[in-house]
Design a protein around this ligand. Structure first.
Ligand code: AMP
Length: 555
């Protein structure tokens, strides 16, 4: 029997129209270094329409051509987010922290037709121009600065404001948009090999936005003001820009002011209620707040989502105890749009049990179906103990990578024969659906017959009050195959020695897990999205660039 329900396509255009009208007074504000400059959702919607008209009429964007953004989180980026998919084209968010050759590869692979770029990033874009294919026809520059860096570009160069000025504010909706067509394209950060593109459909982004809004996920409402520190080029800022337009949630965009001091200043001045970022951002912010008691006011911020890599428990507890901020731990990846699991503890538990749940990577929503696969390829029980590789499937999980010719690429080893995404993450799932990740498969330390979780060692080390950051990697060892190397950043002015750190760790982990190799470093190298870059640490060790101290039992 067929249903009797209407078959309305789930499209970004619907979200745009809804937000710009029914939540027209909500705001998108961008921090300019001193203050936030706000536009209403109604204005952003009108300007998104003007942008779409300009892209179509002036620059000739048709069909599903790619319009890329090379931008910080700001109001114009939000306008592009809404305009490009709604007109039927594909929004391609470029990660402005990628190495230049990867960026050029991605722009060519996606066959970007137009790039919208912030003026402040032109020095990054200009040197790439000779490597870019002629498929790139236009560059649209946001901001007042000098356009001279683009002099060598053979296509059109336009100023954003001039381009959209005077255009119609009626949105040029395409006649009919299939909800399964691509609306946005995002490449993985490519830690190994070339970056791979994930093409999100209108349907997947629409459903994902609804899940982001759910109280069991981020729980955003029209009463919230969100500070998305997570870049809009890192998996669509975790879905926040679209979810915000769906719920009328105001946005406070940090633009390029992502250092701890300006973040603390903008929180104090603009009173956001919610924020989201990777752990390294929060470690820096916590340090800034602690170092300047009484200077900042974070009382408006009731909750923050931390994800992208494992959130150190000490960080969660510090924000809760010292600043009353509820840290919500979440897991996801580019291939999962990214919302995969979010940690809201079940009700009615004592404080200790509640914390046990909060520290996990969280519970899967109904639309993300998980399974754990053991080393022999069989599915493992969800008993909270059996550890295996996590595989997932669902309506906002990738089924393939983008092939560059508009068709999905070869399935590769990331997708199982029966259509599940292999995440490369190793962990357990409890009977009530909570995921605990022990490590990424490629970061687990295989010492003799045993596996050591690098994340567990890092979490314990970062619980030491004098440790700012700690990253642990596997290094080759003649006797054991691999052993952990701990690299540690100490809080400035502290006199803690490595022997003391080792003793601290010895009280918290099994003795055979204790690293023998230690190195105090000035900072832990970070990836383009702010995660610990373990590949770089392993390479520095292999090339003898680290000052390593060996500490054994009794030393
Ligand atoms: P990306 O696609 O760059 O966002 O990277 C996704 C990967 O980040 C995942 O496969 C995990 O290895 C890691 N990751 C994301 N969130 C978490 C988390 N909460 N805990 C541990 N690892 C995480």
């Amino acid at each position: 029997m067929l249903s009797t329900m209407q078959d309305v396509p789930l499209t970004i255009g619907r979200i745009l129209a809804h937000g710009a009208t029914f939540h027209g007074r909500s705001t998108v504000a961008t921090w300019n270094g001193e203050k936030a400059v706000a536009s209403s959702f109604a204005e952003v919607g009108a300007r998104a329409a003007q942008l779409a008209n300009a892209l179509r009429d002036e620059l000739g964007v048709t069909g599903d051509q790619r319009v890329a953004t090379l931008m910080w989180n700001n109001t114009e980026h939000q306008e592009a987010y809404l305009a490009v998919p709604s007109m039927g084209a594909v929004l391609h968010t470029l990660n402005l922290r990628l190495p230049p050759q990867q960026l050029a590869f991605i722009i060519n692979h996606a066959a970007d037709h137009t790039i919208i770029a912030n003026c402040t990033v032109l020095p990054l874009l200009a040197p790439l121009l000779p490597q870019l294919n002629p498929t790139l026809r236009h560059i649209v520059v946001v901001g007042e600065g000098d356009l001279a860096p683009l002099d060598g570009f053979s296509g059109g160069v336009h100023r954003y404001e001039e381009l959209i000025a005077g255009r119609s504010t009626d949105f040029p909706h395409p006649a009919e948009l299939d909800e399964r067509t691509a609306g946005a394209l995002c490449y993985t950060s490519g830690t190994t090999g070339d970056p791979k593109g994930v093409a999100y459909s209108h349907r997947s982004m629409y459903l994902h936005s609804m899940q982001v809004l759910s109280a069991e996920s981020f729980g955003l409402t029209s009463a919230d003001k969100v500070l998305p520190v997570v870049p809009m080029f890192h998996v669509n800022a975790w879905g926040i820009p679209y979810a915000a337009f769906m719920a009328g949630t105001s946005l406070l965009m940090p633009d390029r002011f992502l250092q701890p001091q300006p973040l603390a200043a903008m929180i104090t001045a603009e009173h956001p209620t919610f924020s989201a970022a990777v752990p390294t951002i929060w470690t820096g912010l916590l340090d800034e707040l602690d170092a300047h008691p009484g200077t900042y006011d974070t009382s408006s911020m009731s909750r923050v989502v931390i994800g992208g890599s494992a959130c150190p428990p000490a960080l969660m507890k510090a924000f809760e105890d010292r600043y009353g901020i509820n840290v919500i731990h979440a897991w996801g990846m580019t291939e999962t749009s990214p919302l995969g699991s979010v940690s809201h503890p079940p009700a009615g538990l004592g404080p200790e049990e509640t914390w046990r749940y909060r520290l996990t990577q969280g519970r899967f929503p109904a639309s993300v179906e998980p399974r754990l696969i053991g080393p022999d390829g069989t599915a493992l029980p969800h008993d909270g103990e059996s550890a295996g590789e996590l595989e997932v499937r669902g309506p906002w999980i990738a089924a393939a990578y983008f092939g560059g010719d508009g068709r999905p690429a070869e399935q590769g080893e990331k997708f199982s024969e029966d259509g599940w995404l292999r995440t490369g993450d190793v962990g357990t799932i409890s009977s009530d659906g909570f995921l605990t990740l022990t490590d990424r498969a490629k970061d687990v330390i295989k010492s003799g017959g045993e596996w050591i979780s690098s994340v567990e060692l890092e979490n314990q080390l970062m619980a030491h009050p004098d440790v700012l950051e700690a990253a642990v990697v596997a290094v080759p060892d003649e006797k054991w195959g691999e052993r952990p190397l701990a690299t540690v950043v100490l809080r400035p002015g502290t006199g803690t020695g490595l022997a003391e750190l080792r003793a601290f760790l010895a009280e918290r982990v099994a003795h055979w897990q204790l690293p023998e190799r230690w190195s105090i470093v000035e900072s832990v190298p970070k990836t383009s999205v702010g995660k610990f870059d373990k590949k770089v640490i392993r390479k520095s060790y292999a090339e003898g660039e680290l000052d390593v101290t060996t500490l054994r039992k009794g030393e």
